[in-house]
Design a protein. Sequence first.
Length: 206
Amino acid sequence: MEPFRTLTALAAPLDRANVDTDQIIPKQFLKRIERTGYGDFLFFDWRRTAAGEPDPAFVLNDPRYKNAKILVAGKNFGCGSSREHAAWALSDYGFRVVIAPTFADIFFSNAGKNGIVLAPLSENEVNTLLQNAKTIPGYQLTVSLEAQTVTDGRGFSARFEIDPFRKFCLLEGLDDIGLTLRHAAELDKFEAGHDRAVWLKAKSSY
């Protein structure tokens, strides 16, 4: 997992509340066995028309937001089922940060384990960012995980809260496997001792 400290990037406005995981990554794509490639299907039902063509009305199909790495959305983002594929899709598409007033608990956990910073701000602050991203060409935000701040260089500044353990993992680029591997030497030592104890016990029984 790539460490996260500070990111300055284009912000895309998704002015919708209660964006659920079935909209983030529809259920028909959950049969895939890979963990990559889900970015192509992010918000699939919103990005495509009934005929399967890109819908020009959807924000991520607007050329102004191409290569955006920060998504600004309404409250209760990531509600619905617990599928980790939603975090995979956002990450694979290129988003490193999602800013919203509130997030669903399970999605909050899944996102952090996949290197995505979720920055909860007040509704008024999010509404300001949504409006700016819609009206200011090339609107960029700077998200500092170390300082826990969101700024735009135009006078906007806000601070967000994050669990200290999740912050540590994101700063160090540690997912669950990475956390375990930090203790590889101790695990190897324990395993060697355990194997020897089992061998000695078996030997003594003869």
